[in-house]
Design a protein around this ligand. Sequence first.
Ligand SMILES: [Zn+2]
Length: 146
Amino acid sequence: MIRYQLACEHEHAFEAWFGSIAAFEKQRARALVVCPQCGSTHVDRSPMAPAVVTGKAKVSAAKAQPDNANLAVHSGTGAELQKLKATLLENSEAVGERFAEEARKIHFNEAAPRSIHGQASFDEARGLVEDGIPFGVLPILPSERN
Ligand SMILES: [Zn+2]
């Protein structure tokens, strides 16, 4: 037996049991399925209740997104990196090989606070890290590799 949720043309909802969908169709065709409220034989199965979509899938997708976003930033196109690098260089003073020295002076307030860029050896960079002096390393872009 299958329980069907039915409704007549006047949207009177009711339930009825049928042996099969074929049995239901057959009885309906013969006007044997009657609305208990108004006697109408224009009866059909009610539309299915809309499926409930929980937010769970979306939440987990949103949680996963920050990682993806970071990935997108790190794997930015060469053009984007080039632009970013150009902006950084434009807005900072070129100090060349005195970078580590200047960075240290700025950090210890021995020089005017400003953004600088230049070159540092591996040892110099390590020294800055050890002294807790913040600095960033600019990527060497594919277009600059020759
Ligand atoms: Zn009815």
